[in-house]
Design a protein around this ligand. Structure first.
Ligand SMILES: Cc1ncc(COP(=O)(O)O)c(C=O)c1O
Length: 448
């Protein structure tokens, strides 16, 4: 196994941004202004304000360098300011920036739909629709499913995350901090158990809980769709076993329900295939995606079976900014970059390298009980003294802070807030991945 250095990285502490102007502000000064001006509900993981980002590195307003293992929460598979993406957006800026697609249409929207339809799994005709956020994509997938089936009920999963709007919060299966204080949520949303090998929840258990919902709560003929993340993101990078996805597909087919894959976090190549669900061989009726599809420009999509997508009538779908020309141009460039740089293969290689490094750290630290994920969507789960009954949210929080102090941006997640997840740009070099892993290892050594 490769040796991962565990020394605190001196280079990181010493490097200063050569682009920084001397009179620039401090993180502390900006935090004070932020606290006074911004609603506290908008959380902030690190008390850091960014001045510049490039590929998998960022520099803060004080000139301090960080390796970015968070990627703006899964948005930067192609890295900060990929030159092809910024060039495409600049070119688009010189043509037109907004017309509203429903008023005056433009070709990049249509081309993007054609290319995504061609990539989506399933041997059937597909159509697409663009929106702005992941939540909006999920909301629209539900609207389309209801229009097509004439049914209203939805089944989602414990630990799932689908967004912060009221419908998507209803689908979300984690109370704190997302749902607490914001209810009531829309009716007829039921949660089945998501499998969790670490806690002994099997695929059979998960399917049994779906059956229980259909017995106790709602008849199958009222269920419009089952909504599932192929790998739970905020829920802790829990991978849906392919068997679960196949059995859900069969259940949907048996009862006329639709299967919606929420690929907002898993999509755009993160897991080694453009959509994570491809790896199970299952074709969902509808797929939602957002985040990395445009390298940092806000756009989301619903892609699905043409006859289903066409269920809502003209005017039923859309939005003023939905599928903005700038974001469409960026998304087309991201697709080109994936093809030209073979980033799907790179996702597999990045994932393998991260996993090897994390296993090595886990060998030294018994608190790490699981290294898991799919492709380059990789996480570790942390327990007090390795005791599965004691998820260690406090150590996880300290670890994320310690890593940041040493120049590595990390994110936590999970139902018990004890999972550290890695969403590093796929364009990061091996050297940078190793440097990040070394900082992570050193942070564990310092704390655990
Ligand atoms: C699986 C999934 N669905 C939906 C969303 C919501 O996306 P957004 O924050 O863009 O509304 C997220 C965001 O993290 C997500 O991970």
């Amino acid at each position: 196994m490769r040796a991962i250095a565990t020394e605190p990285c001196k280079a990181i502490r010493m490097q200063r941004d050569p682009h920084l102007k001397p009179e620039q502000t401090t993180n502390a000064a900006l935090m004070a202004r932020r606290r006074a001006a911004i609603a506290r509900g908008v959380g902030q993981v690190h008390e850091v304000f960014i001045a510049r980002g490039e590929n998998a590195e960022v520099w803060d307003v004080e000139g301090r360098r960080y390796i970015d293992f968070a990627g703006g929460i899964a948005v930067l598979n192609t890295g900060h300011r990929h030159p092809q993406v910024t060039a495409a957006v600049r070119d688009q800026l010189d043509r037109y920036t907004h017309t509203c697609f429903q008023v005056l249409a433009y070709e990049p929207y249509v081309e993007l739909a054609e290319r995504l339809n061609a990539r989506a799994p399933g041997d059937f005709a597909k159509k697409a629709l663009f929106l702005t956020t992941g939540s909006e994509a999920v909301e629209n997938a539900v609207k389309i499913a209801r229009a097509y089936t004439g049914r209203s009920a939805l089944i989602a999963f414990t630990g799932g995350y689908h967004g912060r709007t009221l419908l998507t919060l209803g689908l979300t299966g984690k109370v704190a901090p997302y749902k607490a204080g914001f209810g009531p949520f829309p009716a007829e949303i039921f949660h089945a158990r998501f499998p969790d090998a670490l806690r002994g929840i099997s695929v059979d258990d998960a399917m049994a809980s779906v059956e229980t919902i259909l017995k106790n709560d709602v008849e199958a003929s009222r269920v419009a769709a089952i909504v599932i993340e192929p790998v739970q993101g905020e829920g802790g990078f829990n991978v849906a076993p392919p068997e679960l996805l196949r059995r859900l597909r069969a259940l949907c087919d048996a009862h006329g329900m639709l299967l919606i894959a929420d690929e907002v976090q898993t999509g755009a190549g993160r897991t080694g295939t453009w959509f994570a669900i491809e790896q199970s061989g299952v074709a969902p009726d509808l797929i939602t995606m957002a985040k990395s599809m445009a390298g940092g420009f806000p756009i989301s999509a619903v892609i699905g079976r043409a006859e289903v997508m066409d269920a809502p009538g003209p005017g039923g779908l859309g939005g003023t900014y939905a599928g903005s020309p700038l974001a469409c141009a960026a998304a087309l460039a991201v697709l080109d970059v994936f093809e030209q740089q073979d980033l799907l293969q790179r996702a597999c290689d990045v994932g393998a390298r991260l996993r090897a490094g994390l296993h090595e750290i886990a060998e030294r630290h018994a608190c790490i009980r699981d290294v898991r994920g799919l492709g380059a969507m990789v996480a570790i789960e942390i327990f007090r003294d390795g005791d599965l009954a004691r998820p260690d949210a406090e150590l996880t929080k300290q670890l994320v802070a310690e890593a940041a102090r040493r120049g590595l941006v990390l994110l936590s997640c999970g139902t018990y807030a004890n999972v550290v997840r890695i969403l590093v740009p796929l364009t990061a070099s091996d050297a940078l991945l190793d440097e990040g892993l070394a900082i992570l290892g050193a942070s564990f050594d310092a704390l655990a």
